[in-house]
Design a protein around this ligand. Sequence first.
Ligand code: BT5
Length: 243
Amino acid sequence: MPWPDGWEVRHVAETGSTNADLIALVESGLAGDRVVLAADHQTAGRGRLDRRWEAPAGANLLVSMVVAPVPAVPVVATHRVGLAALRAVRRFVTADVAPTVRLKWPNDLLLGERKLAGILAQRVAARDAIVVGLGLNVGWAPEGAAAVHHHAGASNVAPAELLHALLGELDALPDDIGSLYRGELVTIGQQVRVQLPGGAADVCGRAVEVDDAGRIVIDDAGVLRTLDVGDIVHVRSAPPSCC
Ligand code: BT5
């Protein structure tokens, strides 16, 4: 099946990280907007904050794409990929499960309460471009995470089918995705604990909104805290103090 119009999908069997490779290609002028790099296997898949992204060879979708020029609000590039991935996944899972596929701030896809996909966006030095990488569990998930296969009914889904759907969904998104993104965020309205990088104390409270710059606003006992990075733990029942 040909890729949706205008997309150039390059494929490698194995590499360290598709994000690292695509950044190098953009830096050398060898990849522009709408170039996509997919790998069957990554030996050094990157998560955020120097964490690792794991997947056995051939099981999952491991893909990076170039967004150029950088949007006025750069984080919108990540939101678009998250929304498109969510819509693509919903096409393949059973109807009872589809509504439980949601976004978690800042960049995760959840199925129920389990992580289904993660996104890592990186600015390309000296170029007006961002590389957005997506790891989506299709055939395999680590302990405690979710994979599309387990919820896809009888038929098996290939990672390439999900990529095909994702690129189509990206093109189908409207220019302004603000309300769509917020509407799919399971985090809003929840009692949360936000773990900050660098060992700062956790922030606890109710997630009240995501602002136009993509930052999350936490109501911490009446004091609003606006955060642009962090890992969220959703705290289901609201105890007097969640930290
Ligand atoms: C992310 O980081 O969720 C971003 C992951 C981005 C991966 C893609 S794959 C294609 C492209 N090329 C790359 O090199 N990277 C991108 P973060 O929120 O930091 O989550 C990482 C954490 O999720 C790890 O520390 C593990 O605890 C967990 N994890 C690792 N592999 C996982 C998986 N397959 N499914 C669910 N959780 C996973």
